[in-house]
Design a protein around this ligand. Structure first.
Ligand code: ATP
Ligand code: MG
Length: 737
């Protein structure tokens, strides 16, 4: 060729180059994990600029997270040799917010509109619901919020909700409330998160001049993680890309096997529709994986092959270090040992010169970080939580800690203030102020002031009732503490004070995760002899905020790990009911399970050199131990790519003559033994249904005798003779008949 290939293209394979050099017309890049999709998109961005096809401001590039946007900005900057500025590069929401500021008047807002956070959103919705006089127990506002969000995810303004899309929720008033909610938002010159997309789609649909303006601006559109776009995002892209005259220069990259956000309304079908929407679209498949070793890749491929209805893709290992290590499967006794083993492996890798920043622990759910955080703090390994807070910094955990601090130390005013109106008890800021005033005139703490006021009858109405019952809850818990120990006492306190119920009533997507965190907290309390011992431990670990080093182990959820890569990836908690999650098993059918499997696939394919899967033989549920079975995903990985190892510490000590790989150098031995011989779960018997028949009479330590009225997984709904209907863990009851 006359013109030499520019440097930035020469390092790419022919398909990747085709995906970059096919600049005009619609393009779909469909490829498996680690094939360079994001890299192609980034290079394509630079290529468009360097070949003079577009100015930086003429390219719209959509990423899935702000982190990805930042990385892409840096990568483009590196290729260009200067910082890239003024780009339309960001997440769907960030870009839409910027657009909407320019056209806010079309939807009745001004450019200075506010964006509500989820708390405000809910508060507003509750106000809107009031005149409808609904029983909020039956129709929780949070649930309605969810319905409205799903409508917004699908691009449905109130006017566009057809009878077929409507719901019976809220006695059939859901749509009317949605309409009123939208009106009120407009009056307040605000919008919620979902409105950013919804309004922009509405504007582009109804204002041809605005649409034409963007058609002029955006000569090229680039979209990463296309498999996770929802309908409203898809509509927005289609509007911007499809023009009457001229080609649609839209390039989307995606992998149907990594679609993990259907619970947030993502529609993997958008990929399938692409060729229909954009006739003549070029489709490029990238098959060379540059990230992972052949072993890891084959393991992940074997696993995902268990899903049906895939588009099907070839994935070839591309790394020169060819074979590499097999995926390690480690069976441990419990979560303590799990954290110890992972911590130990991290230390050994570090001692061998591997940077911590190249190691990650990926878990199914946020609550699972806790034992690892504690272990890493204990052994002094710095870590960061990606996309979330450290366990003890999470709001619900801080609330619970505040309850516990008051229980252990009634004079802890700070803690008491935090929870005096959480959950909402109708004790307003003014009442708290008044109590404070009183506390200052009296010698004792705030709790004492409250008691005094109750006795003297100075508190009135709702505040009096609420605070009386709160103080009683503390007193009862104090008594329980003496007789039954801290776990039962704290659980009772959180129950009696209405704190747990608050989260149970909460229908937001985060609420179940928060309850899981609290359960995890109760588990942690059980590991200490006393409540004070535990609180002291927390105070100490919270203090060891790691130094300002950048070399840290990353802890995150599998969802948060999308698009990232690490040399070493630890995948703990591969047990039935943890991963796949209990919720996905409860749902039954294949849909949820397949999404879990895609999540497992995402997890394995984050690893460049090593993937270590861990499962524990038992987990502590409150004070009890529950046996757990290895995840079905473990068995679904073809055995030739797996190495079983890491038996429990005890058995390893006994077999000291033949040390396992985890006792010696990292991941070198090939001794195929040690996996606990738990019977393999079959699909039919993995739902850990409590073995208690409906109708049985049972006894519960705290609530006494009752009759089982429903069984939901490991939980029972029981009608207690003296306590009404409650949901309790099955292993907390004794069967009487
Ligand atoms: P995911 O599906 O996980 O998002 P991806 O397809 O976006 O993966 P990238 O993150 O773009 O993959 O690339 C994976 C790794 O392979 C990166 O480290 C990237 O730099 C490297 N890579 C991609 N293409 C090449 C190539 N032609 N030569 C060498 N390395 C490459
Ligand atoms: Mg990517």
């Amino acid at each position: 060729p006359l013109i030499p290939t520019p440097e930035y293209l020469s390092r790419l394979n022919p398909e990747q180059r085709r995906a970059i050099e096919t600049t005009e017309g619609p393009l779909l890049i469909l490829a498996g994990a680690g094939t360079g999709k994001t890299r192609v998109l980034t290079t394509r961005f630079a290529h468009l600029l360097l070949t003079g096809r577009a100015y930086p401001s003429q390219i719209l590039a959509v990423t899935f997270t702000n982190k990805a946007a930042r990385e892409m900005r840096e990568r483009v900057g590196a290729i260009l040799g200067e910082p890239a500025e003024g780009l339309w590069l960001g997440t769907f929401h960030a870009i839409c917010a910027r657009m909407l500021r320019r056209h806010a008047e079309y939807v009745g807002l001004t450019s200075g509109f506010n964006i509500l956070d989820t708390d405000d959103q809910l508060r507003l919705l509750k106000q809107i619901m009031e005149p409808f006089r609904l029983d909020t127990k039956r129709w929780p506002p949070n649930q309605l919020m969810g319905i409205i969000q799903r409508w917004k995810d699908r691009g449905l303004t109130p006017d566009r909700v057809t009878p077929a899309e409507d719901t019976d929720f809220a006695n059939g008033h859901a749509l009317a409330i949605y309409r009123a909610y939208q009106l009120r938002l407009r009056e307040l010159n605000t919008c919620d998160f979902g409105d950013l997309m919804l309004h922009m789609v509405e504007i582009l649909r109804s204002q041809p001049n605005v649409l034409a303006q963007y058609h002029r601006i955006f000569r090229y559109i680039l979209v990463d993680e296309y498999q996770d776009t929802n309908t409203v995002q898809y509509l927005w892209l289609r509007l911007l890309a499809k023009r009457e005259h001229g080609p649609s220069n839209i390039a989307c990259v995606g992998d149907d096997d990594q679609s993990i956000y259907s619970w947030r309304g993502a529609e993997v079908e958008n990929i399938l529709r692409f060729e229909k929407d954009f006739p003549g679209a070029a489709v490029v498949r990238l098959e060379q994986n540059y990230r992972s070793t052949a072993q890891i890749l084959a393991a992940a491929a074997g696993l995902i092959a268990h899903n049906e209805g895939r588009l099907g893709k070839t994935l070839r290992p591309g790394r020169e270090d060819a074979q590499g290590e097999k995926v390690q499967i480690i069976g441990v006794r419990d979560s303590d040992e799990e954290a110890r083993i992972v911590g130990g492996a991290i230390e050994r890798l570090q001692a061998d010169g591997h940077p911590l920043s190249e190691m990650a622990i990926l878990m199914r759910a946020g609550f699972q970080t806790r034992p690892f955080e504690e272990r890493l703090m204990t052994i002094g390994v710095p870590y960061r939580i990606v996309g979330g807070l450290r366990f003890y910094e999470r709001a619900e955990i801080r609330d619970c800690l505040a309850y516990m601090r008051v229980l252990s130390q009634p004079s802890d005013d700070l803690a008491f203030e935090r929870i005096i109106n959480v959950p909402k008890r109708g004790v307003g800021a003014v009442a708290v102020q008044k109590l404070h005033g009183l506390a200052r005139t009296l010698p004792g703490p705030l709790t004492a002031a409250v008691l005094t006021q109750i006795e003297q009858g100075t508190l009135k109405g709702k505040s009096k009732e609420a605070l009386t019952s709160l103080m009683e809850a503390f007193q009862r818990a104090k008594a329980t503490l003496e007789t039954e120990g801290q776990v039962v006492a704290v659980e009772q306190l959180l129950e009696d004070s209405g704190y747990l119920q608050m989260w149970r009533d909460d229908r937001s997507v985060e609420a179940p995760g928060r309850l899981d965190n609290i359960r995890e907290l109760l588990r942690a309390i059980g590991e200490f002899a006393t409540l004070e011992g535990f609180l002291e431990h927390v105070a100490l670990v919270m203090d060891t905020e790691s130094e300002t080093t950048d070399d840290k182990v990353s802890l995150m959820t599998l969802h948060g790990s999308k698009g990232l890569e690490f040399d070493t990836v630890f995948l703990p908690g591969w047990e039935e009911g943890v991963f796949p999650s209990q919720r996905s098993l409860d749902e039954g059918g294949n849909r949820a399970l397949e999404e879990e499997r895609r999540l497992a696939y995402v997890g394995l394919t984050r690893a460049r050199l090593r993937a270590i899967v861990v499962h524990a033989a038992s987990r502590r549920i409150y004070a009890n131990w529950q046996a757990s079975m290895p995840s079905r995903f473990i068995e679904e990985i073809p055995s030739e790519y797996v190495q079983i190892g890491g038996q429990s510490v005890e058995s390893r000590r006994q077999a000291a003559a033949a040390p396992s790989m985890f006792a010696s150098g990292p991941f070198t031995s090939t001794r195929p033994s040690g996996m606990p011989q738990t019977p393999r779960p079959r699909i039919t018997d993995v739902q850990p249904q409590a073995n208690v028949p409906v109708g049985a009479t049972v006894f519960h330590q705290k609530f006494g005798e009752g009759t089982v009225i429903a069984v939901d997984g490991s939980r029972l709904e029981i009608n207690f003779e003296n306590g009404g209907i409650k949901r309790v863990m099955a292993n907390f009851v004794e069967i009487r008949s």
